[in-house]
Design a protein around this ligand. Structure first.
Ligand code: ADP
Length: 259
């Protein structure tokens, strides 16, 4: 990663967008997209103007999670008008694709799609634009970090060792790209039995907190395994849009982010 040159014309700003924050993970399936949609909704509920860019080109989840699937319009044939859902301005490559077809693209096409979503979408005035990255440390992450003026990145991980191993690699990548890591979020940190109330640490306990401390990165929050969170995501209304302990937990992470 260290050998990749910075583009000569410098990182791109998006007019009207105050802060761009990337949300990444080492592994897939740790809840990065779930956290992205819920954080976006929580920020919007706090009165922020929020955008969410689903840059998970190979597996765009936001149309499903944010409950909207239609093709955005482009009245002038050049710029794209993003969609609105749960108070969030939303763009996803998934709006342009058949949801049941696999994306088999080579690098340059991928980069073209990403550049288009960043540069040609009329994001309008935004306090914060969250970017839901694909998992891992590939081309999309590299391009985004090098070509866009990011305020920083957030890393989502589950607490077990195999996930943390990859989270460390992602942290290392952001470090070599000089993208500040704003903090880590531990997802699926604990499970409380809905039947008996017994708490179990299915993926181990406190792994992300310990890792964050070791690396000198803030822990922005810890979220339990929660059936309602999964159901809400599948139903297209993020849990943060409602009330209850999970919505409050996301509210606290959102507050910490804006401080
Ligand atoms: P990623 O973006 O990292 O691949 P997703 O956000 O798509 O992960 O989450 C993978 C699956 O796990 C989804 O079905 C999602 O609803 C579920 N999930 C994510 N976080 C939680 C959680 N805290 N509790 C229960 N299910 C979760």
């Amino acid at each position: 990663v260290g050998g990749h040159p910075k583009p000569q014309n410098g990182p791109m700003k998006i007019a009207g967008v105050k802060r761009i924050i990337a949300i990444g993970s080492g592994k897939g399936g740790v809840g990065k997209s779930t956290v992205s949609s819920n954080l976006a909704v929580a920020l919007a509920k706090q009165g922020r103007k929020v955008g969410l860019l689903d840059a998970d080109i190979y597996g765009p989840s936001q149309p499903r999670m944010m409950g909207i699937q239609k093709r955005p319009s482009s009245p002038d044939g050049k710029t794209i008008i993003p969609l609105q859902s749960h108070g969030v301005t939303l763009m996803s490559i998934g709006f342009m694709l058949d949801p049941d077809k696999a994306v088999v693209w080579r690098g340059p096409m991928l980069m073209g799609a990403l550049q288009q979503m960043l540069g040609q979408v009329q994001w309008g005035e935004l306090d914060i634009l969250l970017v839901d990255l694909p998992p891992g440390t590939g081309d999309v992450q590299l391009t985004l970090c090098q070509k866009t003026e990011l305020s920083g990145a957030i890393l989502v991980s589950t607490p077990q060792d195999v996930a943390l191993l990859d989270a460390r690699k992602a942290l290392d990548m952001f470090g070599s790209l000089k993208t500040p890591v704003l903090g880590m979020i531990e997802n699926m940190s604990t499970h409380i039995c809905s039947n008996c109330g017994h708490e179990e640490h299915i993926f181990g306990h406190g792994g992300v907190a310990a890792e964050a401390e070791k690396l000198g990165v803030p822990l922005l929050g810890a979220l339990p395994i929660d059936l309602e969170t999964r159901l809400a995501g599948d139903a297209g209304t993020p849990i943060a849009a409602g009330t209850g302990p999970m919505a409050e937990a996301y509210g606290r992470i959102a507050e910490g982010l804006i401080k």
